[in-house]
Design a protein around this ligand. Sequence first.
Ligand code: ADP
Ligand code: MG
Length: 559
Amino acid sequence: MEKKQFQAESQRLLEMMVHSIYSQKEIFIRELISNASDAIDKIYYKALTDDSISFNKDDYFIKVTADKDKRTLTILDTGIGMTKEELESNLGTIAKSGSLAFKKEIEMEEGQEIIGQFGVGFYSSFMVADKVTVYTKSLYSDEGYKWESDGQDGYTIETYDKDIVGTEIVLHLKEDTEDEDYTKFLEEFQLRSIIKKHSDFIRYPIKMDITKTEPKSEDDDELVETTEEEIINSMVPIWRKNKQELKKEDYESFYQEKHFGFDQPLSYQHISVDGMVRFQSILYIPEQLPFNYYSQDFEKGLELYSNGVLIMEKCADLLPDHFSFIRGVVDSEDLSLNISREILQQDRQVKRIANNLEKKIKNHLQSMLKNERDKYETFFNVFGKQLKYGVYADFGANKDKLQDLLLFFSSKEEKLVSLKEYRERMKEDQKFIYYATGESHDKIAKLPQIELVTDKGYEVLYFTDEVDEFAIKMLMNYDDKEFKNVSSGDLGIENEEEKKEIEKQKEEHQDILKDMKELLGTKVKEVRLSSRLKSHPVCLSAEGDVSIDMEKVLQQMPD
Ligand code: ADP
Ligand code: MG
């Protein structure tokens, strides 16, 4: 027998989990069942793509057994099992993707009860157990293994005689304390309702022995106890269910079950398409920004199922970059099951689904903007930047799709407005859609160049994101109106008389302007009179189409 230490981090995580979280301990059952289901998915998928493995659907199930005398709870599955190496790397270390993300999140939001919502996976079993034993045999190994740990100081592994491929996890439940009742997890009724609550959508049967009290026979009224194996879950995946039967809570708990985020979904969509391509999908917009969203670590993608079997956890081809914040699942009966990742990229069905989804997402956002304005603004404050990048990317190829989803802060009422709203309330004589750039709304509002434009009663959009102006340059115009930076050349505001007056003054003051230019040397290109200033004596103005702020960004860019 070997005894090994957990990685240092594992212990810290366990401590945190066991000691800081008092509610929602029951989620450990959901975690273990979903691992069991994943393990069956893996073998099922293998069998469907590999003729040498036979698969009889009836052989695949999860069974939960409680033993009150021994104080054990057992979760058995007939999934793919684990080799010795897998046992070590999967259950012995947590410094992996998901857990690492988890740690960062904790640091970000200290004091919040995140763990209850987060998929802490296998480790969550130590919230209720003081010893966990795992018996497993991999499809790829002739030998079975027994892994055991108290969750505190390491684990042991030894070989174990196990007949069938699969995994059996035995939790030795902690003794009850004044504050905590662990025995409830052994009560049939409680156990059953917890499973139903969190794991009803699992696509394999979850079995339990259910005790019934019945008359001995038709003639004999004496009551006897009998046990019968029952399937607890309904097994229909949520996306296959009828929308009318589902409640907001169902969608929210599926979001949690899938670990799509630490938060609640801000909005969801349930899509069912039955046309050129058939598929069902549930899509979510998270409420909060994933901590790595605007970094290179972030991976977009949807879970892809082929007729109920998971074939890819993050299918990136299903989402355009400008909607990369969407999380969710797609299931299609029209996908060939032996699609490998490489072939998938070219799969025409996937393309079709992706195009269809893009339209659906766009429509959803548009109707949110129209009917749930506050919610949309919440969304836009979190993910709006991505839409602006989307307009800018691919040389504006997506601008028509996205321009009506953009919001900008406006001088009018100091609120977010859409371009459509701006356009609709433009004054009759207004030639351009005006904007100003700067670090903050306050600073922009104080710009000398703004005064005249707002004085004329024109609205000005405030650009504080670097990407704003780049996106606008890509759009060029909106509904036939050009965008104009308030600090650029001709604002289309002066009337003929004003223009003549300027010309006249320029002649008169030629000398002083020349002197000023000489004094400033190469710092400026030209010194000229302006009719655009009111209470400010002077302003800087950019040459041509590129604003001062944009020039700054361009200068920072690598060549
Ligand atoms: P996650 O499920 O997010 O990967 P977990 O902590 O829940 O994280 O599980 C860690 C890993 O252990 C799984 O990815 C899987 O490889 C393995 N594992 C856990 N339970 C089982 C099981 N019942 N059968 C096979 N492998 C399992
Ligand atoms: Mg898991």
